[in-house]
Design a protein around this ligand. Structure first.
Ligand code: URA
Length: 226
């Protein structure tokens, strides 16, 4: 899309523009994208199998209310894996994570560190929408966790961004509030995990934008130290 049009759309949707800062202290993220990783190929069968299993999954009650499963999207060789909570209404209808207004802001946040949806992989803790966007139930997380683990094993990301409180708490198996989880480096099987605010929350609390920017800077700093 043309730049002018993109900016107009974002403005019309009331979404902030996150411009990359020119004086970053660290190199931007796409300067070291996926250079050493081999192309997928031998793993494409495993991806296909996983995708079919997810599409046919009836392991919890969410299959009764979903329009479709929301598997994940992006670069199968991504260095950056973003993990959100669960599909919302737009995602359930379109079959892709983070496509609503929060998704537009997430795209802007990625742009701010010179990344795009094509560079990263985006998935959720749950592959099906909980009715009325309620929080995931423990048995739903349990039923879905194997799928996410297999996605992580196949992608082999260098860094994970846990998007929002629920994703962070589920991934890190903690009840700590997001205010305590952000600003630090956690690890999941030796992969660094940075917790960032959920864009839906940022849309409601613009005062937290500065902290969100700091979280992205922390992620970049860690990524360039890897
Ligand atoms: N919120 C999430 O956590 N995930 C989505 O895919 C959409 C909204």
């Amino acid at each position: 899309m043309e730049e002018n049009k993109r900016l107009l759309y974002l403005e019309a949707m009331d979404i902030d523009i996150w411009a990359p800062k020119v004086n970053l202290m660290v190199p931007t993220a796409n300067q070291a994208i996926q250079e050493e990783k081999p192309p997928v190929n031998s793993e494409s069968e495993a991806w296909q199998k996983l995708q079919e299993e997810v599409a046919n999954c009836k392991a919890c009650d969410l299959h009764k209310t979903r329009t479709q499963t929301v598997f994940g999207v992006g670069n199968l060789n991504a260095d950056w894996l973003l993990i959100g909570e669960a599909p919302g209404q737009n995602e359930d209808l379109q079959g892709e994570p983070f496509v609503g207004k929060a998704g537009q802001l997430l795209n802007e946040m990625l742009r701010a560190i010179n990344l795009s949806r094509e560079h990263v992989y985006i998935a959720n803790i749950l592959k099906c929408r909980p009715p009325n966007n309620r929080d995931p139930k423990p048995e739903e997380v349990e039923a879905c966790s194997g799928f996410l683990q297999r996605q992580i094993d196949l992608i082999k990301p260098k860094i994970i961004l846990a998007v929002g409180r629920i994703a962070a708490q589920q991934l890190l198996k903690t009840n700590e509030p997001i205010g305590k989880l952000r600003g630090k480096v956690h690890f999941l099987d030796a992969i660094p995990v940075i917790v960032i605010y959920h864009p839906a929350y940022l849309l409601r609390s613009l005062l937290e934008k500065r902290k969100a920017w700091q979280d992205l800077q922390l992620a970049l700093k860690i990524f360039h130290k890897l």
